[in-house]
Structures are given as structure tokens and as C-alpha cells.
Design a protein around this ligand. Structure first.
Ligand SMILES: Nc1nc2c(ncn2[C@@H]2O[C@H](COP(=O)(O)OP(=O)(O)OP(=O)(O)O)[C@@H](O)[C@H]2O)c(=O)[nH]1
Ligand SMILES: [Mg+2]
Length: 297
């Protein structure tokens, strides 16, 4: 039997969570067009007959201006300290930048850990650009395995899994065969609501927004959920509620539909909005929301 832990890392918005979901053919991690969507390390467990890969999706590594961002970066940087392989995801349509350079030239990535350079989003660019990027990345890690993917279309995902299994050590299954994630339904619910809010909102609001589940009651024929949407300013609260409550109704309706798909049961969802000023810089709030290493999540 083969098994191991594999960290999925990279800059924000490159397609890390999309790739994890493609590998597991299930929505484990939320995906939006906004950067810094993922705020926690989230495990996705892939099991085949005689191999198990425990993937760890991570927040995109970015230049942070808030304590929240520092915590997210720390989570990501801690994820690949002791793993059997690292998937470094690259948005092939973007230029190589200063933060990539910093990360690759620091000694944070252990040169003994097998490294996969995943050139994702190749549908958005051309061969010349991809080849230039490859040269750049390979100059830091000449032995890395290069794979091109289009995560939204599942392109090359099977090939990637095959390549990972090849380098995994012999080992036991770490999780039951039918377990797909380390996160519970409560966590999934808060993430789905955040995802739907992020998809509908713009500018600084997505980054200032958090969701807390106040009540999650599993009844025989339905699940009752009360959730709080937290923002940092009164003006943002107004935007989240929308004219005559249209925005919050829309967020609620879309979240409920998505939750019903995942939970396979009827969902009653009540949303409330609350302002906590500057919560992204408050340690106690970050801990309460599950955004620190020592949080419950
Ligand atoms: N065209 C194209 N878009 C993609 C591809 N993979 C992901 N995307 C899109 O890129 C955006 C970001 O995807 P995510 O999976 O949320 O990216 P991420 O790296 O997890 O982002 P963070 O959680 O913010 O770090 C979404 O709009 C995806 O639909 C791809 O291969 N091609
Ligand atoms: Mg993500």
C-alpha cells in the first residue's frame, strides 16, 4: 500500500482549490474569481484500491496587510514542512513575480521533497509564454516534475494523480476509505455561504467578510442553519443587505440551493449581518473564526 501527504501551494487565485476539487470530483474547497478565497488549510483525501493521497489545500501566499493575511500565509507556509510531495500551482497566464521569486529562492521548500510544478490555466495563454515561465521556475528547481493542467476542465488531472502515486512511499491509509475531507458539515456550510457572498460582492467587501454558523440543527427531514455574515463597516453591512434586502436574499437563496446539493436534504437558512470593526486585525476574533493555527478548525 502507498500513502502520503501532499501540499497544494502557490499564489492566490491560481486554481489550487479548483484542482483539489477536480482530483476528488467533489466540492471540498470553495472556489471564486476573487483572490484569497481559501483561508484555512483544508484536507482532501483521495483513495484508490491500494493508495491514499491526503492533499492539503492552502491559502494563497500573498503580501499581507492584516493579521488575517499573516495567519493565512503562516498556515500555507506550515503546510509543506513535513509532506511527501509539494504541488506548486502556477497561473500560466500571469507573469513571474517578486513573491514567486522570494518563495522559490528562500529555503522554505526543502529540495529533498519531490516538487511538482503545475502550470495551470494553460487554456488562457500560449506555448511561448508557458515555455518562458517553465524556464524561470525550473532554474530554481531543475529536478521538479512539470505538468500542465486546466483544472476547470479536468485536463491532465488523472495524469497528475498517477505521477504522485508513483513517488509516494509505502504506508498505511491515514483516513477511512470513504472519508473525503477533514472538515465537518458546519465548516462546509460557512464556506458555502462565504463563497456565494464572494461571488455576488465586489471591491473590498469580499476581503472584509466572514461567516459564522450560530446554529446548525440536523433534524429528521431538514437542516436548520442560522448564520452571521460579518463585515467591518456599516457601509459594507448596507451593501451586503442591499436595496430592500435584495442582496442578502440572493446570497441566502443561492447558498441554500448549494447547501441542499451538498447536504442532500432540505435546508432552512437564516442569514444575519453584523459589523465587527477591523476584525481582520483582532487576534481574539481571528481565533474565534477559526483563522489561526490554534483555532478549533
Ligand atoms: N481559465 C481557467 N480558469 C481556472 C482554471 N483553474 C481555475 N480557474 C479559475 O480561477 C479562479 C480561482 O480559482 P481557485 O481554485 O479559487 O484559486 P485558488 O488558487 O484556490 O485561490 P485562493 O484560494 O484565493 O488562493 C476561479 O475563477 C476558477 O474558476 C483553469 O485551468 N483555467
Ligand atoms: Mg483556494
Amino acid at each position: 500500500m502507498k500513502s502520503g501527504f501532499v501540499a497544494i501551494i502557490g499564489r492566490p487565485n491560481v486554481g489550487k482549490s479548483t484542482l483539489l476539487n477536480a482530483i476528488l470530483q467533489t466540492k471540498i474547497s470553495i472556489v471564486t474569481n476573487k483572490s484569497q478565497t481559501t483561508r484555512n488549510n483544508i484536507k482532501g483525501i483521495y483513495t484508490e484500491k491500494d493508495s491514499q493521497i491526503v492533499f492539503v489545500d492552502t491559502p494563497g501566499i500573498h503580501k499581507s496587510h492584516f493579521k488575517l493575511g499573516d495567519e493565512m500565509n503562516n498556515m500555507a507556509l506550515n503546510s509543506f514542512k513535513d509532506v511527501d510531495a509539494i504541488l506548486y500551482i502556477i497561473d500560466s497566464s500571469k507573469d513571474f513575480d517578486e513573491l514567486d521569486e522570494q518563495l522559490l529562492s528562500s529555503n522554505k521548500i526543502n529540495s529533498k521533497t519531490p516538487l511538482f510544478l503545475i502550470f495551470n490555466k494553460i487554456d488562457l495563454t500560449n506555448i511561448i509564454k508557458i515555455n518562458n515561465l517553465k524556464k524561470k521556475y525550473l532554474s530554481y528547481f531543475p529536478n521538479a516534475k512539470v505538468i500542465e493542467t486546466v483544472a476547470i476542465k479536468n485536463f491532465n488531472v488523472d495524469d497528475l494523480i498517477k505521477n504522485i502515486i508513483e513517488i509516494l512511499p509505502e504506508g498505511p491509509f491515514y483516513y477511512p476509505e470513504d472519508q473525503l475531507s477533514d472538515r465537518d458539515l458546519r465548516f462546509q456550510a460557512k464556506e458555502i455561504i462565504r463563497e456565494q457572498a464572494l461571488l455576488l460582492l465586489d471591491k473590498e467587501v469580499p476581503h472584509s467578510l466572514a461567516v459564522e454558523i450560530e446554529n446548525f440543527k440536523e433534524l429528521e427531514t431538514k437542516i436548520d442553519i442560522d448564520a452571521l455574515i460579518i463585515v467591518e463597516k456599516d457601509s459594507q453591512k448596507g451593501i451586503v443587505i442591499g436595496k430592500n434586502g435584495t442582496m442578502i436574499k440572493n446570497i441566502g437563496m443561492r447558498s441554500r440551493k448549494e447547501l441542499e446539493k451538498i447536504l442532500q436534504t432540505h435546508v432552512i437558512l437564516n442569514l444575519y449581518v453584523k459589523v465587527i470593526r477591523d476584525w481582520r486585525n483582532k487576534n481574539t476574533i481571528l481565533k474565534q473564526f477559526g483563522y489561526t493555527k490554534n483555532s478549533n478548525y
